[in-house]
Design a protein around this ligand. Sequence first.
Ligand SMILES: [Zn+2]
Length: 218
Amino acid sequence: MSQQSPIDIRNPIYADFGDGRLKIAWNGDVHGHIHQGNHGLQVVFASDCRQYIELSGKQFHLRQFHFHHPSEHWEDGCQHTMELHVVHQNSHDGSLAVIGIFIDPGKTKDRMHSLFDDIVSFSSAGSSNGPEYHVSFNPQDFLPSDWEKHYRYEGSLTTPPYSENVSWVVIKNPYEINKTKLEKIRKLFESEARFPQPLNRRYVLSTFRDDEKTKGKK
Ligand SMILES: [Zn+2]
């Protein structure tokens, strides 16, 4: 077990991925249901061939997403308020590609407010034994506008069985939610964050150059 996730992201190496770069094809609304999993609330989808991403030329279909509070990935020793994990799976070998999106309080218009309202009412209704709670939304709306700035590394699931078959993409800039609503949501996902794991012999790559830091070193 030497390639575990999450990690504290430090000193990423700039890489031009060319044709292997991340391509996101989240086409239109997806339909799923909210579900109380072993590790917190999840939104689960039936396999939908219209929704996928490509990473290094390999296709992964959207499977589910869930949240962590506080964030699991750290950046230079700092945590974010929450982290969304959008989980994709390759249908041939079962390997996973997860997109991590940080969530912080902010002033940008929250395009996912109806989904968050659904999650809050699901949890307050205590519907773990109730009927499945259906939701539909467009996952595009979670993407910060400059999502092309992100980190990539090879890691694992952050919950048991910690399988090391996960390609990670962590988006640099956070998705912003109004502070009051973030307070409500955050409480539903408390203590669901695994501590950063040693990097060992891995590299973290980034699709962008950190200009600020380069200037600082000169
Ligand atoms: Zn997760």
